[in-house]
Design a protein around this ligand. Structure first.
Ligand code: 7PM
Length: 276
């Protein structure tokens, strides 16, 4: 059975699911125009499928740390064509990385299989969309807004606070939508209003999240924390560090890892599981 369905049915997995991050950047739309974007997206998704991805994550970049807000119209213009192209290339489930209920609804109508919300469905109307379509969701923790969250993140106890927030949101989502435990994934939100010490504390205690019984998703791919741990490595030098972190997360019980480098991550997980 496909790993996505297996996870939703609470079956044991041969390895963690790999969620491949699909580039849908504004650059790929502006320079070179639409055709360049379309062919780049198609090529990228075909490559991810061949490499063993289990889910394709499509985001219109409204949720990125430091990013300027993007209008609903603009986000739809980026995300909807991408969903259509991906669906022409593969049957893999598509998650849409958005916090906007309008984008969630349109993406689900276009065939997306789940919602990945860095705002944990807190926007007015977001819960109602999920209630209506009853699709799996990933709820992420963040402190502050995208514009300000890295300025001065502070916690009394980062693990306790992040866990309490996620459990509260999961409880609300369960009560409002009737979604099963296996369909509500929790994500500590590495780098979203967290300094390196906060990220390290969260990673060190992933157990606390696995213990909740909700599937755990970990996203650290190419993030600043990887660069910092490597003494200031630039983004293009973070692949091995990212793979190491994804593998460790999976060994610590994460059900899903969200990554840019699908082939490298799948190979690492496959070899590790065969030798474990
Ligand atoms: C610039 C800064 C571009 C940050 C992209 C990002 C997560 C996510 C993102 C995550 C879940 C990135 C982030 N990160 N969704 N969306 N978990 N569930 O590094 O960690 O991809 S955007």
């Amino acid at each position: 059975m496909k790993r996505f369905q297996a996870l939703l049915q609470g079956k044991t997995l041969d390895r963690a699911l790999v969620m491949g991050i699909l580039n849908v950047t504004p650059d790929s739309f502006s320079d070179g125009g639409r055709w360049v974007a379309e062919s780049a997206i198609r090529r990228h998704v075909v490559e991810m499928v061949a490499a063993g991805a289990d889910i394709v994550d499509i985001g219109g970049e409204s949720t990125r740390p430091g990013a300027a807000p993007v209008s609903v119209e603009e986000e739809l213009e980026r995300v909807l064509p991408a969903i259509a192209w991906v669906r022409e290339e593969t049957d893999l489930p598509i998650s849409v990385d958005t916090s906007k209920p309008e984008v969630m609804q349109a993406a689900l109508e276009a065939g997306a299989a789940m919602i990945n919300d860095v705002n944990a469905l807190q926007a007015p109307g977001a819960l109602e969309v999920v209630q209506h379509y009853r699709v799996p969701v990933c709820l992420m923790h963040r402190q502050g807004t995208p514009q300000t969250m890295q300025l001065n993140p502070t916690y009394e106890n980062v693990v306790d606070e992040v866990k309490a927030f996620l459990l509260k949101r999961a409880q609300v989502v369960r009560a409002e939508t009737g979604l099963d435990t296996n369909a509500i994934w929790l994500d500590p939100g590495f780098g979203f209003g967290k300094h390196l010490e906060h990220n390290q504390a969260l990673f060190g205690e992933l157990d606390a999240f696995v213990e909740t019984g909700y599937p755990l998703l970990v996203g650290v791919s190419r993030k600043r924390m990887i660069g910092e741990l490597l003494g200031g490595a630039p983004v293009d030098q973070r692949v091995c560090g990212s793979v190491a972190a994804a593998l460790l997360a999976a060994l610590k019980g994460a059900s899903v890892v969200r990554v840019h480098d699908v082939k490298e991550t799948v190979d690492a997980l496959t070899v590790a599981m065969a030798l474990l």
